[in-house]
Write a protein that binds this ligand. Structure first.
Ligand code: BT5
Length: 277
């Protein structure tokens, strides 16, 4: 693998959550670049307390510890960097059935989906170190004692070989989840995908550190994003609204046109609404 900042790869047969593990490492002062990869997670997590499902030994379950030297307003771009790296990586793989990347897009803000909108991967960025941070002497959440930039742990679960077919999915994920194996029609090498993600991520993380680079991330997100141009419902903690996703702002936020107004969504759950539904 070419030289990257991701040389320290910690592998687990089974762990509760690779994100949880790296948040603890971050709290203890671990530097940028530590990677955690698990064969199985017993408490894999999604956003807002949701869970991430994957049987042992089938899919790519990984997290990276980043310490981008950027302001709080740009930190959501760490999610973008990982999502784009995953799209890049999938596109770079020599797959038995040929490339699948043209069909894989990003559903804003954190999903990789196939052309039918089924979820191939999910990204979860976390930076809250509060559980073990003593109030006394604590600075901004995430700031570490050793003066490194505050951490953000970004995890991604990619459905590589599970499900092999729709019947393997639990009922609640049928029609909603898909694997690379299903898309290419043959098993896919998880290790090759891990290497490709880390190589692609090296470039994307470099981009996080400069204004030009962040502009590039937002522009590439726009190009890779299947949400733009679709009718969406945006679920926010204080309610929902519908509109048409009109673009991605230079900051990477979703711009939604509603009746008589344009709203910029910084974070939230987005549902692609089919016309007429
Ligand atoms: C996500 O959350 O999509 C973020 C998932 C991040 C998982 C990785 S695995 C490595 C690292 N360590 C962790 O503990 N987590 C990260 P969200 O957008 O909230 O989506 C969660 C929802 O996706 C669930 O409620 C299910 O409906 C669905 N889901 C669960 N497992 C799935 C799967 N394997 N494929 C597709 N959809 C799934």
């Amino acid at each position: 693998m070419p030289e990257t900042r991701f040389a320290d790869i910690r592998r687990f047969d089974s762990i509760d959550s690779t994100n949880r593990y790296l948040l603890d490492e971050a709290r203890a002062g671990a530097p940028e670049g530590v990677v955690a990869v698990a064969d199985h997670q017993t408490a894999g997590r999604g956003r807002l307390g949701r869970s991430w499902e994957a049987p042992a030994g089938a899919n790519l379950l990984m997290s990276v510890l980043l310490r981008p030297d950027i302001g709080p307003g740009d930190r959501h771009l760490a999610t973008t960097a990982v999502a784009l790296a995953a799209v890049d990586a999938i596109g770079s793989l020599e797959l038995p059935g040929g490339p699948v990347a043209p069909g894989v897009s990003i559903k804003w803000p954190n999903d990789l989906v196939d052309p039918a909108g089924r979820k191939l991967a999910g990204v979860l960025a976390e930076s809250d170190l509060t559980p073990n941070t003593s109030a006394k002497g604590a600075s901004a959440p995430g700031a570490s004692a050793n003066e490194q930039p505050a951490p953000v742990v970004v995890g991604i679960g990619i459905n590589v070989n599970w499900p092999a077919d729709e019947a393997e999915l639990p009922p609640e994920l049928r029609g909603l989840a898909v694997s690379l194996r299903q898309l290419v029609g043959a098993p896919v090498d998880r290790e090759a995908l891990l290497e490709a993600v880390l190589s692609c991520l090296e470039i994307r993380v470099d981009d996080l550190g400069s204004e030009d680079g962040r502009g590039r991330l937002a522009g590439d997100l726009l190009a890779a994003c299947s949400t733009v141009g679709t009718r969406v419902r945006v679920d926010l903690p204080d309610g929902s609204f519908e509109g048409t996703a009109a673009g991605i702002s230079p900051e990477g936020h979703l711009v939604v046109a509603t009746v008589g107004a344009t709203r910029t969504v910084v974070a939230g759950d987005v549902v692609h609404v089919r016309p007429g539904s």
